[in-house]
Ligand binder design. Structure first.
Ligand code: KG4
Ligand code: ZN
Length: 347
């Protein structure tokens, strides 16, 4: 096709990503993660993440160009995550992108990480409709977005008021002695447990928070996971105080059920009430098997089309930055240039 060749750089958290796309075609998506350096701390350490980007940025760039079979000269435009994310980590990607733009004379676009999690959908399943909802669930974010137009009309409909969904998985996994990152571990062990064993609280699901469709409560589409985390901690303590074995699989399954129940219910409700035909799922927690299962079932009953990009496009990567930049370029938006600052925004 004659769509422009775009190179995107992502460095907002622990993944160094460089992706290359032409229109809706994915040519390269190289990712290097510093996760193994954070494991012993039980969470991403910003300073370590930033230093790791410094080491991996150029090798990742080289590998992406080799995979796509192109050279820097062939690239029509450069794009980079400007936020939200860890400021030190963001700065490495932004500095690299600015240097490339200055050296090559190519236009540079600053890209919002959250909207890019939605825009990446075009790389798996093609064009996105203009009545699109998005549910983003990861270690750093949990949001419902209403996306009329990727480049100009994105509305935040709801978000977490405390922990992100993935963060809750990680903290609960730690409580249960399941290691870090905790999402995949809970997903696995929950299959051996009973999700109905313990009824954990569904955050912000009480009528006073949710309201009605006609008179929405302030937190109708918002999420809260810190009360749930505390409830899991209390439950573990009660078993221990009685000298009983902690039923790890049942607690993991019941915790997971509480997260997935409220997340799927609110996402489907938001789509129905905002007249959105399609829901796109993104972020690292999109890998969760119970989330996929329940969301598919609830979308089907509500007549909503569910789109879940393949896992390598849901976790943080450079292709999502390039894919959204491709839309921005086609929409005729002027390049940001090299003068912009990072926008750490929310972690
Ligand atoms: O998108 P991501 O790779 O990085 C950011 O946080 O931006 O998401 C990582 C998060 C971690 O909290 C991890 O525990 C969670 O996604 N996660 C999962 C699963 N796989 C990864 N959570 C639940 N179930 C999973 N299968
Ligand atoms: Zn992300």
């Amino acid at each position: 096709s004659d769509a422009p060749l775009i190179l995107g750089i992502e460095s907002s958290c622990d993944e160094t990503g460089v992706g290359i796309v032409r229109g809706n075609e994915l040519l390269a998506n190289t990712v290097s993660s510093s996760m193994d350096q954070h494991v012993r701390f039980g969470g991403v350490i910003p300073e370590i993440a930033a230093r790791a980007h410094l080491e991996t940025m150029i090798p990742t760039l080289r590998q992406a160009l080799d995979t796509a079979g192109v050279e820097l000269d062939d690239i029509d435009a450069l794009a980079v995550t400007s936020g939200p994310g860890l400021s030190g980590a963001l700065m490495v990607g932004v500095a690299a992108a600015k240097a490339l733009a200055v050296a090559t004379g190519k236009p540079l676009y600053a890209i919002n990480h959250l909207v890019a999690h939605v825009g990446v959908g075009v790389l798996d399943g093609g064009e996105l409709p203009s009545d699109l909802g998005a549910l983003l669930v990861s270690g750093g974010h949990t949001e419902i977005l209403k996306v009329r137009e990727l480049t100009s009309d994105v509305e935040l409909v709801g978000q977490t008021i405390d922990d992100a969904a993935g963060e809750a998985y990680d903290k609960v996994a730690r409580l249960l002695g399941l290691g870090y990152p905790g999402g995949p571990a809970i997903d696995r062990i929950a299959r051996e447990g009973n999700g109905k064993a313990i009824r954990f609280p569904r955050g912000l699901s009480l009528p006073k928070f949710v309201g009605t469709a006609e008179a929405p409560g302030k937190h109708r589409y918002d999420f809260s996971f810190s009360g749930l985390k505390t409830a899991v901690a209390r439950s573990v303590e009660q078993y221990q105080a009685k000298g009983l074995d902690v039923p790890v699989a049942d607690i993991a399954a019941s915790f997971q059920e509480a997260v997935v129940d409220v997340v799927t219910k609110k996402a489907v409700m938001a789509c129905t009430e905002h007249g959105l035909s399609t829901l796109l799922l993104g972020g690292g927690v999109a890998a969760n098997s119970r989330l996929r299962e329940l969301l598919a079932a609830r979308c089907a009953s509500a007549g909503i089309t569910l789109r879940v990009p393949k896992p390598s496009l849901c976790t943080d990567n450079g292709a999502m930055i390039a894919a959204l930049a491709s839309r921005v370029v086609s929409a005729g938006v002027a390049p940001t240039g090299v003068g912009f600052a990072t926008d750490p925004g929310q972690p």
